[in-house]
Design a protein around this ligand. Structure first.
Ligand SMILES: NC(=O)c1ccc[n+]([C@@H]2O[C@H](COP(=O)([O-])OP(=O)(O)OC[C@H]3O[C@@H](n4cnc5c(N)ncnc54)[C@H](OP(=O)(O)O)[C@@H]3O)[C@@H](O)[C@H]2O)c1
Length: 486
């Protein structure tokens, strides 16, 4: 079979193509992991020559690629595979031209790097032009996030896609899943025997998943007004992390077994009832404040944001996975913008010892905590109690620490490198399946509905540079626990 593949990017003049896609493809090419030969057809509305497009991409690679452009000759070889095609993704005539262009290209990967509102249009036009079918090779499509904005729209998008493509052709990207440290969660859990016996309700007190950002919304105000933290972070990245922590071992590390196990977690989530949303969810919005010593504006003063906006820039949730392994163990999720630092981590806090023999230890014994750090400072740590040297019996927590950078050297591949390569090879393990996306929206639906009535939001309710609203502290402290300060 012909191994050549062709990547067709819709939205090739956009930010994603410039900052992520072409730099990732370049790094793969440099590392000799991109299957060859290949062609990349870049589509956007602007009138541009292929040469002009290559020059723009050369600059993009210089600015954003992990692997910098080396000898001109290597760039020239890569660039020779790039071509530009001017056209409007909404225009059926584009797809007729595309059909002709692709005649000698049996293996086709379409990429919707356009605003999400255009994906249905592109899927429909591809389907109507007969381009969703196989043409002697394979045909696949990558759809960017966000995938819908609630359960109904996600179901409608899935239904539309399935009218033209089979599920195994569809790759719903969540770039979080391509991160090395996220992939490592499964390796950590299922390639090490010693943690599995502890990974359950008998030993785990609770789990905290934090995705904090120190930046504000910046230039993404208009987008964020429609999204908010719940849609932007929780529905996709954070629920995926929860699944990786809570899932049972899949029978093999392949797309369907892994995704079947994730779905079981979603199906076991305790539903949040409409009248008890406040018991399980807290929202916030940042006001002005200081981040790393610098004065920053509040969310309502950011460009593109309404002065009375009720979009949440902070969300915290308490979820329960109702099965034998996790019954009664809370999973606390929190995410926010303008928090004191950028940090993504999962902390598994273990139960205390059943009986303490060190009666004279005044401060008590702190629980063991296992932390999987996703970014930055990727790594893992385990905190255990140790005796402080000296005549008295004093205990202190010490940390066993593993840093990716120190062990494997810096510069892990970008998430998009791995994900693009997987789609080219036909491996959807790290992509979201249609049913998972619907489960994720369904789980959040009551919260989205309750929060859509912004009139009850008392915003802003946390200062930029703080760890979120006081209500979020009260929320976890009601359970006798505290948020970590990573
Ligand atoms: N940027 C990122 O880092 C990033 C990260 C994660 C996910 N994403 C997702 O990736 C997708 C693309 O993001 P992006 O930031 O690259 O988007 P973008 O820059 O806003 O748009 C990409 C391109 O789409 C075309 N386009 C926009 N509106 C159009 C319309 N009404 N009709 C026809 N073409 C139109 C434009 O090309 P022309 O006007 O030249 O035709 C534009 O350059 C989005 O779904 C986003 O959520 C982006």
């Amino acid at each position: 079979m012909d191994e050549r593949f062709t990547l067709i990017i819709f939205g090739a003049s956009g930010d994603l193509t410039k900052r992520k896609l072409i730099p990732a493809l370049w790094s793969l090419y440099q590392g000799r992991t991109l299957p060859e030969p290949f062609s990349i057809i870049a589509i956007a509305r602007g009138d541009l020559s292929t040469d002009a497009f290559r020059t723009k991409m050369r600059a993009a690679v210089t600015d954003f690629a992990r692997v910098q452009p080396p000898a001109e000759s290597v760039w020239e070889r890569f660039a020779a595979s790039l071509s530009y095609c001017s056209g409007d993704p909404k225009d059926p005539a584009l797809y007729v031209r595309l059909g002709r262009l692709l005649e000698a290209h049996p293996n086709r990967l379409f990429y919707c790097a356009t605003p999400p509102s255009l994906s249905p249009e592109i899927v429909t036009r591809l389907g109507e032009a007969g381009l969703a079918r196989s043409h002697g090779g394979w045909t696949r499509i990558i759809i960017e996030k966000p995938f819908g904005r609630d359960l109904e729209s996600a179901q409608a998008l899935n239904a539309l896609i399935s009218g033209f493509f089979r599920e195994r052709q569809v790759y719903r990207i969540d770039h979080y899943l391509g991160k090395e440290t996220v992939q490592n969660i499964l390796v950590f859990r299922f390639a090490n025997g010693i943690f599995e016996p502890l990974w359950n309700r008998q030993h785990v007190d609770h789990v905290q998943i934090t995705v904090g950002e120190s930046i504000g919304v910046g230039s993404r105000g208009v987008y964020y007004e429609e999204a908010g933290a719940l849609r932007d972070m929780v529905q996709n990245h954070m629920l995926q992390l929860l699944c990786l922590i809570a899932m049972e071992p899949p029978v093999t590390f392949d797309a369907d077994p892994v995704r079947d196990e994730k779905n079981k977690v979603m199906r076991a989530l305790k539903p949040i009832e409409g009248d008890s949303v406040d018991e399980f969810a807290v929202r916030g919005q940042y006001g002005p404040g200081f981040v790393t010593g610098e004065r920053v504006p509040g969310y309502r003063e950011e460009p593109g944001v309404r002065p009375d906006s009720t979009a949440e820039t902070y969300a915290a949730l308490k979820l329960f996975v109702q099965n034998w392994r996790w019954a009664g163990v809370p999973f606390y999720l929190r995410t926010g913008k303008r928090l004191p630092k950028r940090v993504s981590e999962i902390a598994i806090e273990f139960k205390p010892t059943p009986h303490l023999i060190f009666r004279r230890e005044p401060s008590g014994v702190r629980p063991n905590v296992l932390v999987l750090r996703i970014q930055p400072d990727e790594g893992m740590s385990l905190t255990v109690e140790a005796k402080t040297p000296g005549p008295d019996l004093q205990l202190n927590p010490v940390t066993m620490d593993f840093h990716y950078g120190a062990v494997f050297g810096s510069g892990p591949p970008e998430a998009y490198e791995r994900l693009l390569l997987d789609a080219i090879h036909g491996d959807a393990t790290l992509y979201a399946r249609g049913d998972w996306v619907e489960y994720a929206w369904a789980a959040l639906e009551p919260v989205l509905r309750a929060w859509s009535d912004g009139s009850t939001a008392k915003f802003p309710n946390y200062a930029a540079g703080s760890w979120g609203p006081a209500e979020a502290d009260a929320f976890i402290e009601r359970d006798g626990r505290k948020w970590r300060r990573p």
